[in-house]
Design a binder for this molecule. Structure first.
Ligand code: KG4
Ligand code: ZN
Length: 354
């Protein structure tokens, strides 16, 4: 039994979790700063790092207490060291170093994007006992058609900071196929949410408004960018802005929210589907905050012939269970970080290729 303490502070969530053998979540504590950043309509980096300093000790203590384990039971401390906001990452990395040094435990620096991907290995419904037998890997998150992960898989990581298409051919083996050239998918949701006068963060607010809207009401642009697996959402955002300006007196919020959501989902789904086919992926794995979007989950599963796995909604947005989950596989493979581990705000997953 390997118990790993995970710590995550890359953005605006202070999180700590204890995970057993990369699959069993004993505790998963997330202190969200959303209420604090709401008044700014986005994340205020300086405020985020100060808030992490206030929250990190109680959050870690709560995670260890809730897991009903003692510090002596832990085998390693894992922490996100990039990509993310420098000041926010620093708080987690330094806390992790202090705990690891104090308890005589190894330290593992984890890439935030890798952690999002590994949220798919954490348990979800149906419970693990009901999942099909292992096939070429360990049991994964409950998706539409089964809970086992079989490499190679096509990973679509969509969050507030990232939109990445990655081919994963084994544990820790990644090939980046494309990514956003401008705004990340979640960032586009957040900015359009603001244009529509919706609450922050825009993603869940747009999803909620879109329920009552007609997704064909506005013919919004899709940036296909030819054969490339890159994404661009700035043209779509500008198109929404133009419509908002033209309808200043009576903004068709729900129809615009639904049309925007469909435009984003269309591009994400079609590119992920095409990449999976071209590279012979056996499954498609969704992850990141935007993977909480029900339309994206439904359309991805409905339009692809491949099994589509996605983490439970609570594990799509930032959390530390996914950090400890990813760390388990690295720990097993002998990966350790030195005490000179530093934050890398623009850390790329490609650097992690083994
Ligand atoms: O993964 P995450 O918690 O943080 C980053 O690593 O960036 O993702 C947060 C992002 C925000 O942009 C938020 O608007 C978006 O995920 N998001 C959603 C939904 N829930 C969160 N976007 C669309 N639909 C949702 N239901
Ligand atoms: Zn994230």
């Amino acid at each position: 039994m390997t118990l790993i303490l995970g710590i995550e502070t890359s953005c605006d969530e202070t999180a700590a979790a204890v995970v057993e053998d990369g699959q069993s979540i004993l505790s998963n504590v997330v202190a969200s700063q959303i209420d604090i950043h709401r008044r700014y309509g986005g994340i205020f980096p300086e405020v985020a790092s100060r808030q992490h300093i206030l929250s990190i000790t109680p959050v870690v203590e709560e995670a260890v207490g809730e897991a009903r384990v003692s510090w002596d039971d832990l085998e390693a401390v894992a922490v996100t060291y990039g990509p993310g906001l420098a000041g926010s990452l620093l708080v987690g990395v330094n806390a992790a170093k202090g705990i690891a040094l104090g308890c005589g435990l190894p330290l593992l620096g984890i890439n935030h994007i890798e952690a999002h991907i590994y949220a798919n290995w954490l348990p979800s419904l149906p419970p693990p006992a009901l999942l099909p037998p292992k096939v070429g890997g360990i049991e994964g998150g409950g998706g539409k058609r089964g809970g086992s992960i079989v490499f190679p898989v096509l990973c679509l990581v969509v969050s507030g900071g990232h939109t990445e298409l990655i081919l994963m051919s084994g544990h820790g083996q990644y090939q980046r196929l494309g990514g956003t050239l401008d705004d990340a998918a979640g960032e586009a949701f957040d900015k359009v949410g603001r244009l529509l006068g919706l609450d922050y963060p825009g993603g869940p607010a747009i999803e909620q408004a879109a329920q009552y809207g007609d997704s064909t009401a506005f013919d919004l642009p899709r940036a296909w960018l030819g054969d490339s697996y890159d994404f661009s959402f700035s043209g779509l955002k500008t198109a929404v802005l133009r419509i908002v300006k033209a309808h200043e007196r009576q903004l068709p919020v729900v129809n615009l929210a639904a049309s925007f959501q469909m435009a984003v989902v269309d591009v994400l789904v079609e590119k992920a589907k095409r990449a999976a086919e071209e590279y012979g992926a056996k499954q498609i794995l969704l992850s990141g905050g935007v993977a909480a979007n029900k339309l994206l989950r439904q359309e991805m599963a409905g339009r692809s012939d491949l099994p589509v796995l996605c983490p439970p909604i609570s594990l799509c947005t930032d959390n530390a269970a996914m950090v400890a989950g990813a760390a388990y596989f690295r720990y097993q493979a002998g990966y350790r970080s030195g005490w000179d581990l530093d934050v890398i705000p623009n850390l790329k997953l490609a650097r992690e290729v083994q």
